[in-house]
Design a protein around this ligand. Structure first.
Ligand code: UT7
Length: 333
């Protein structure tokens, strides 16, 4: 349906929304079920509590709730959405795409829909992909969603992972923006050689589900925390510096930094390397843990809705995760 435009159109975020399940699980709760301590979890990760979904809810349920808020925030109707992109590590099913389930439920009758897999960087990838369709004039309203039901793929006996993750979703409507505003620069990165450090081994075509894979807990998240930690600090700081340079935005001109919410120590170390003061760093990892693809859009939605992020602000966002992948973008709000 699209014709090639003479000039690219600026793409920005016109609406945001988040959904968190009500059920709060605290560190004290986890102390009762696994060999850990509140002190260890807070000092090593900064996480105090996380939201955990009921057994009856799946990622599309979260995605629909977050998308509904983002669509309302953008002041449009569901049927005006042209494309739905869902970034998730926990699709409702292997197929069909969770995005198609969302497309139907939000009434986006004319929209295309697909899922995108880029580990915890998924929302950043989805945002950049969405902006391509808007910038070329192909589409006006593209929905980028990060939605996770990680509690369903966690081994609740594995203290190395079960204390870290939480459930939730965040969504953004990407639309044409005023020239000079919206997404100023972005870059997507990957290094498949590090894929072994964070994965869910079974259930795909390499290792289909068998009684043995279930008995060996191969349908759960497996992670080498230290390797991911080292990669995350380096990748976040370097990619942030690179996109700021591409955009011609000085570190001192950044109003808010929204990094992936995996660990407060990663966030603080990356901010320190960049020379960003604490008051410019937005974080909610203490309340929600690591919600993977949902973490950045949840922080964004909370900061926009509380009035913290204002028109004209420069926002720096960086995601990282399984793949390995990482991705950074600078926006003028
Ligand atoms: O979204 C992207 C994916 N994930 C990440 O970004 C995670 C990145 N990594 C991290 O955030 C950190 O590496 C962790 C929070 C996962 C771990 O912190 P750490 O300071 O790197 O600890 P460690 O893995 O080096 O473990 C230190 C010790 C170990 O004991 P030993 O071997 O030294 O005796 C662990 O067995 O802490 C032990 N440990 C725990 N102790 C109490 C690991 N998990 C726990 C726990 N409670 N929950």
């Amino acid at each position: 349906m699209a014709t090639l435009p003479k000039e690219l159109i600026s793409a920005g975020i016109a609406g945001v929304g988040a959904y968190l399940p009500n059920n709060i699980v605290t560190n004290e709760d986890l102390e009762k079920t696994v060999d850990t301590s509140t002190e260890w979890i807070i000092s090593r990760s900064g996480i105090r509590e996380r939201r955990i979904a009921p057994a009856t809810m799946a990622s599309s349920d979260f995605a629909v709730a977050a998308a509904g808020k983002a669509i309302a925030d953008a002041g449009i109707a569901g049927e005006e959405i042209d494309l739905v992109i869902v970034a998730t590590n926990t699709p409702d099913m292997v197929f069909p795409a969770t995005a198609c389930l969302v497309q139907e439920r939000i009434g986006a009758k004319k929209a295309g829909a697909f899922d995108l897999a880029a580990g915890c960087s998924g929302f950043m990838y989805a945002l950049v992909v969405a902006s391509q369709f808007v910038s070329t004039g192909s589409y006006k309203n593209v929905l980028a969603i990060g939605a996770e039901n990680l509690s369903k793929i966690i081994d609740w006996q594995d203290r190395k992972t079960c204390v870290l993750f939480g459930d939730g979703a965040g969504a953004a409507v990407v639309r044409p923006a005023e020239p000079g505003s919206g997404i100023l620069a972005y870059k997507l990165y990957a290094d498949g050689s590090g894929g072994k450090h964070l994965n869910l081994p079974a259930g795909g075509s390499r290792m289909p589900a068998t009684h043995e894979t279930v008995d060996n807990k191969l349908h759960y998240i497996h992670m080498s925390g230290r390797d991911i930690f080292r990669f995350a600090v380096r990748a976040t700081a370097r990619s942030a510096a690179e996109v700021l340079d591409m955009a011609g935005v000085k570190v001192s001109d950044v109003d808010y930094f929204i990094p992936h919410q995996a660990n407060v120590r990663i966030i603080e170390a990356a901010a320190k390397r960049l020379g960003l003061p604490a008051e410019k760093v937005l974080s909610n990892v203490d309340r929600y843990g690591n919600t993977s693809t949902a973490s950045i859009p949840i922080v964004l939605a909370e900061a926009v809705q509380s009035g913290r992020i204002k028109k004209g602000n420069h926002i720096l966002m960086v995601g990282f995760g399984a793949g390995l992948t990482w991705a950074a973008a600078v926006l003028k709000w």
